[in-house]
Ligand binder design. Structure first.
Ligand code: IMP
Ligand code: MG
Length: 174
């Protein structure tokens, strides 16, 4: 089946917003260091751009989770496919996601990471679909709230395609 992609958020708007979030984080963490934890694969484009806009010392690490279910719906049953390379005890952590949908992934990861002795844990997502939320989740930094539509680009995929689009687009199945 073919699909077409309709631009939802152009590249310039994403760049502007990423810069703003970077400035906000730099203010909030002034005098401290921050460890960004990116959730592979979708968050890695956003996290790299965000890291460049943060002026306090930054280190990075990655985790990869898999959620059982179809490619477009998260089941909430999550397993860790790749764990962090480094311990996080005593560190100020920001978990970076591409998009929060049901909220189950970030909720689960937050609970798991809380048990590892970080000094603080915050969350940051490029996109949020609030209409889809099924768990009570607070997100500290959000790029854009978007309607309940499946999106790709800037790291996000549909069947592993379109991660490299420099903008965010809505997928329409033809
Ligand atoms: P949640 O656990 O339901 O919040 O799902 C979050 C994860 O589902 C994200 O990290 C994405 O990997 C994936 N996801 C949710 N919505 C979309 C979308 O519109 N496009 C691409 N991936 C999505
Ligand atoms: Mg993801």
């Amino acid at each position: 089946m073919a699909e077409t992609i309709e631009v939802l958020i152009p590249e310039e708007d994403i760049e502007r917003r990423v810069k703003e979030i970077g400035e906000q984080i730099s203010r909030d963490y002034e005098g401290r260091e921050v460890r960004l934890i990116g959730i592979l694969k979708g968050a890695c484009f956003f996290m790299c751009e965000l890291a460049k806009r943060i002026t306090v010392p930054v280190s990075i690490d990655f985790m990869q989770c898999s959620s059982y279910g179809s490619s477009t719906v998260s089941s909430g049953v999550i397993s860790v496919k790749k764990d962090l390379d480094e311990p996080i005890d005593g560190l100020h952590i920001i978990v970076v996601e591409d998009i929060v949908d049901s909220g189950k992934t970030l909720h689960y990861l937050g609970q798991m990471l809380e048990q590892r002795g970080a000094a603080s844990i915050r969350t940051c997502t490029l996109l949020d679909k609030p209409e889809r939320r099924v768990v009570d989740l607070h997100v500290d930094y959000t790029g854009f709230e978007i309607p309940d539509q499946f999106v790709v680009g800037y790291g996000m995929d549909y069947n592993q395609k379109y991660r490299n689009l420099p903008y965010i687009g809505i997928v329409h199945l033809d």
